[in-house]
Design a protein around this ligand. Sequence first.
Ligand SMILES: [Zn+2]
Length: 475
Amino acid sequence: MDKIKRERWKRKFGEWFSENIENAGIIDIRYPIKGTYVWLPYGFKLRKHLIDLLRRLHNETGHEETLFPLLIPEQEFMKEAKHVKGFENEVYWVTHGGIEELNVKLAIRPTSETAIYPMFALWIRSHKDMPLKIYQVVNVFRYETKSTKPLIRLREITTFKEAHTAHATKEDAEKQVKEAISIYKKFFDELGIPYIISKRPEWDKFPGAEYTTAFDTIMPDGKSLQIATVHNLAQNFSKTFEIKFEDVNGEQNYAYQTCYGISDRAIASHLALHGDDLGLCLSPEVAPFQIVVVPILYEGKEEAVNAHLKKVLKILENFRIHIDDRNETPGSKFYYWEKKGVPLRIEIGPKDAEANAVTVAIRSNGKKEQVKLEALSLHLKNTILEIKNTLRERAWSFLSEMTSSALSLEEAEKILKRKGGIIKTSWCGKKECAEKIENELNVRLLGINEEERKKGKCIACGEETESVLNIAKAY
Ligand SMILES: [Zn+2]
């Protein structure tokens, strides 16, 4: 019998999500400031593994980790007009030091361009100082006025990986955008999170960017969630912050820049997309524990089981494990770890000891089998790979189920009502048509995928076009 169901997970996703991140011990939502939450030990471990993966992917592509201050002086923050305008409603300000009013107000970073680029201006003198590729993992603050949601819409974004680069030529910056996209593809592939990539419309790009490319995924309730963005800043910020260098011909030029970011939403989508009606279901890549070991002790057989357990633990040295030896029934332990989404459970009972074996249960498909100790190490390695692949495939097939195409506004509306998801349609590129689509369907224009061309007629005005537009109801 297949015990894995995803009915409530899909039908009542909002409830499912808040309930399970709490039940599993990921975060505590009771902190008395709206939009801020406490990372609990189990959630913190998961977050750490996810950040480690991000660090590895950045380090191996020549990025170096740094740490910039949380506070940004008002005059730096206000320098780039479009950037300021984009963030003016969201910035927290520090106005006092103790009881003294500060001469210069300090912005609490909502993102770090205006903290980092004045320093770039000091560090970059010649084309030989580039490419400069740095990143940091920090918390940022945004005064969200829409209703906040744990890990999805926050006032304190606790996991903000932002990378910033500077280059001597436009082509190098363009290449960097491609590298960033490929890093993020690898990151989401490792986590098994499916995505679609769109170039955001002109009016929805990052404030101050030349253009923005975004990754979106679809949540179980059919709404899209932006999970990463990559921005080509061209020379917009370097001109404002005087990031000048001597180029190969000895001439002064402004640097070409890019920046790209990932937030807590990557964690949210991992928790959301792999879950089921039993609770979370984590990928062995980032799970706090890949395996939970449950000794099953019957009276009179404790010694045999404990001796066997010692042998088993030797074999498990290379995995992240947790031994649950609490004084609880095996059944309640199984249930407890199922909710928390630990990928594998190893049961060790008297019968396993007799057979020189253990019983291995897989969280993602509910299957259970006895495995001999001599085969155990290899069996676990293969199973972990298999789980990663299965989760990824299941999530991608969900995304493809939730992706439709529509030839008219009416058709799009019907699909949105029936199941939501991402709708691919045709758009001429005019802003008035975009507004019509947004208003009539109450959707977000995620943008166009430049690699996808298809002949069609603009869904709003009927003009012929080859651009494929992605739209969705969005978080
Ligand atoms: Zn049109």
